[in-house]
Design a protein around this ligand. Structure first.
Ligand code: ZN
Length: 462
């Protein structure tokens, strides 16, 4: 493992904490911002535009990048999340560890280019195409770690516990054979991932019980206890209330809504991230905000799958903390997620600038800060803002593109998120190392060629 580089980066405009500052030099040592000095330090490299913190992508299923765009052909209004899932299960049938690595590498390069500097990978493709364990349980997980290393993105790997096909519990279906583990096997997999993550840079591990339909209370307790013994700060993510059918099934089985059941039965705290807490009532909303769990929202996927709209404005007003994710990767763009997050509220409330607040009038600035810091919490990573002691995960925006629209620092993040039709992320640094330089990644051509080859092969098998 090589050490992250150390250097000095001068920025004419840099977003430190909640404010724009001018003419600052970030002194970066071993990947961390060691000091921020006013003025330009001799020999400092100069950032070619405004510098902002990188975004954390709190929810990714990397392999789904392989069929993004393949599920948009309708059948007379009969399509839903559940018909999409059938297409996904079919696609997942044949993917090998090498192919998973190629797809994930391509995705992670795209993420870097779009402003994400860390990804939480909700990883459930564990076994071989017959559903048997690989000789090494973590074979598929290692492929994902390696893809993150190839691309240079930070990763929080969340092995997924998937046991059942529905409340009851119902036995898993054939389409789910590659996802299923016993609790013992799963805990072994988690331990293997912890061991492997120690050998690579900028990686950590948590767990993801898939959903309340896929795990029971006893398993949930067992896997949470196991991961807490390995790391008391380990993030724990769960799909919680994406679809109304899921809420209705939970009510029928437990006589409680999913979020309420979770809060009543498990010690949910700030290390939890509730993915797609889309369908919640007022009491559940307050319960999430009170316990400090992060709401992981995936606006473009939730729109694409017809899930519903998370009550973002009410949640923020209640003091809730949120993060954003690209989930199915129908879009890989931090700005597009945030734009849709705001626009869904506008359409619903017939108002404008809904997600601003008294302290921060700029919707763009408010959302970027909330979600980058929420993403850092959701991944237990030392990221999410530019400050002394934080990891140097930075974006340099394109001054030429920004200049077209921005009227000054107060409008900069709004221009970036709402008014830039093309990507304005020019350079990207992760853990003190440049990974995107003038919109380019050093592996991008090789990655794109390999990705096209893998996709052609997988399409011929489906
Ligand atoms: Zn998901």
């Amino acid at each position: 493992m090589t050490q992250p580089c150390s250097h000095a980066l001068f920025a004419r405009d840099v977003l430190i904490g909640t404010r724009w500052h001018q003419n600052q030099t970030l002194m970066i040592e071993n990947g961390v911002i060691a000091e921020i000095i006013a003025g330009k330090v001799d020999h400092a490299e100069e950032a070619q535009g405004p510098v902002i913190p990188g975004m954390v992508n709190c929810h990714s299923h990397a392999f789904q990048r392989g069929f993004a765009g393949f599920s948009e052909q309708g059948s007379e209004g009969q399509d839903s999340f559940w018909t999409w899932r059938k297409i996904m299960y079919k696609f997942v049938d044949h993917i090998s560890p090498e192919q998973a690595r190629v797809i994930a590498r391509q995705l992670y390069i795209e993420m870097l280019k779009a402003g994400y500097t860390r990804v939480a990978e909700f990883h459930y493709l564990h076994h071989d195409p017959e559903g048997n364990c690989y000789p090494q349980l973590s074979t598929m997980a290692r492929a994902i770690f390696q893809a993150a290393g190839d691309a240079g993105i930070g990763i929080t790997l969340l092995p997924v516990l998937y046991r059942f096909s529905g409340f009851g519990p119902l036995p898993p279906t054939h389409g789910q054979r590659r996802f299923i583990n016993s609790v013992e096997q799963f805990n072994q997999l988690v331990s293997d991932c912890f061991d492997y993550a120690k050998s690579i840079e900028n990686a950590n591990v948590g767990i993801a019980p898939h959903s309340l339909r896929a795990v029971d209370l006893e398993s949930l307790h067992d896997v949470v206890n196991h991961v807490k013994r390995l790391d008391a700060q380990a993030p724990i993510h769960i799909h919680i209330a994406e679809q109304m059918q899921e809420v209705d099934d939970c009510l029928a089985h437990y006589q409680k809504r999913p979020v309420q059941w979770l809060l009543d039965n498990i010690d949910v705290d700030k290390h939890w991230c509730l993915i797609h807490a889309t369908h919640i009532d007022e009491q559940e909303l307050k319960g999430i905000a009170k316990c400090g769990a992060i709401a992981g929202i995936c606006p473009t996927t939730e729109a694409n799958l017809g899930d519903g709209i998370f009550p973002t404005a009410d949640f923020l007003q209640a003091g809730g903390q949120l993060a954003i994710g690209s989930d199915s990767h129908i879009s890989v763009s931090a700005t597009e997620e945030l734009k849709l997050l705001e626009y869904a509220q506008r359409l619903q409330k017939q108002q404008r600038a809904v997600l601003a607040n008294a302290q921060t009038a700029s919707v763009g600035l408010n959302l970027w800060q909330h979600s980058s810091q929420g993403g850092a919490l959701a991944t237990s990573s030392n990221t999410g803002e530019i400050a002394v002691g934080r990891q140097a995960d930075l974006l340099v925006l394109d001054q030429d593109k920004m200049r077209l629209y921005a009227g000054g620092a107060d409008y900069r993040m709004d221009s970036f998120i709402f008014a830039n039709a093309s990507n304005a992320v020019r350079d990207v640094m992760v853990n003190g190392r440049w990974v995107i330089h003038e919109y380019q990644h050093r592996e991008q051509q090789q990655s794109a060629d390999d990705f096209a080859r893998v996709l052609a092969h997988l399409s011929s098998e489906n």
